[in-house]
Ligand binder design. Structure first.
Ligand code: PEP
Length: 243
């Protein structure tokens, strides 16, 4: 079902005390109508699930392995994520695909396993700059979406369009590109919420949120500051006319 979502991807940042302070500040100031999800590193999940327990903020993980348990040194299972209060899990982030070599097949297995274990997947898709320059952006994104979601019940799925060339650069994709790609993705997944990610900041959230097929944001570095993150949610709601 299409709905508004703003999610924070903290990546590999903070120690436990800093993470807890930022989370507590978020609980204090975020009272928005938009669904808000925070995805901290694995080792903070348990502690932050307590911080978020009486708040509107939902907890997500940044990755998981598809098996339930066993000899998979260093991996984290969906059962473990559920046991510490996760509702969401980011899957197929471009850093997982490009740094850690995750394939479409791996990501499909993770999506299926997440849903089987009652975790809502936030599936990240997006083309590299080279793929865009080659005129392959839509082919790449279509392949990623179809491979990951093949045969999957879409009712709990969220998709995040994150052009790799806009992540962490400080410069988001231009509005026409985002509009074109979101409309294209909407044609593939219909009512699934489609978030935009890639250098979303408090200063550009308003204009990005004006794009009709943008149902929310996946925010990286700007989500590390609770007040900036809150401003992004406020700007998103102002653009969408949520009050
Ligand atoms: C991300 O990594 O998901 C992301 C969108 O990062 P940033 O906002 O820092 O570009």
């Amino acid at each position: 079902m299409r709905r508004n979502i703003v999610a924070a991807n903290w990546k590999m940042h903070f120690g436990i005390n800093e993470a807890e302070n930022v989370a507590e500040r978020m609980v204090e100031i975020i009272k928005n109508k938009t669904e808000v999800i925070v995805c901290p590193p694995f080792v903070f999940l348990d502690r932050l699930s307590r911080v978020f327990s009486d708040s509107l903020i939902k907890l997500g993980a940044q990755n998981m392995y598809f098996e339930e348990k066993g000899a998979f040194t260093g991996e984290i299972s969906p059962i473990m994520l559920k046991s510490v209060g996760c509702e969401y899990v980011i899957l197929g982030h471009s850093e997982r695909r490009h740094i850690f070599g995750e394939s479409d097949i791996d990501i499909h297995k993770k999506v299926v396993s997440a849903i089987e274990h009652d975790l809502k997947p936030i599936l990240c898709v997006g083309e590299t700059l080279a793929q865009r320059k080659d005129g392959k952006a839509k082919d790449v994104v279509e392949r990623q979406v179809i491979a990951a979601l093949d045969g999957v019940d879409l009712s709990s799925v969220v998709v995040a369009y994150e052009p790799v060339w806009a992540i962490g650069t400080g410069v988001p994709a231009d509005l026409d590109t985002i509009n074109e790609m979101h409309t294209f993705i909407r044609g593939l997944v219909e009512d699934v919420p489609v978030l935009y990610g890639g250098s979303v900041k408090d200063k550009n959230a308003f204009e990005l949120a004006h794009i009709d097929d943008v149902d929310g944001f996946l925010v990286g570095s700007a989500s590390l500051d609770a007040d900036v993150f809150k401003k992004i949610i406020d700007e998103f709601e102002r653009a969408k006319g949520v009050n």
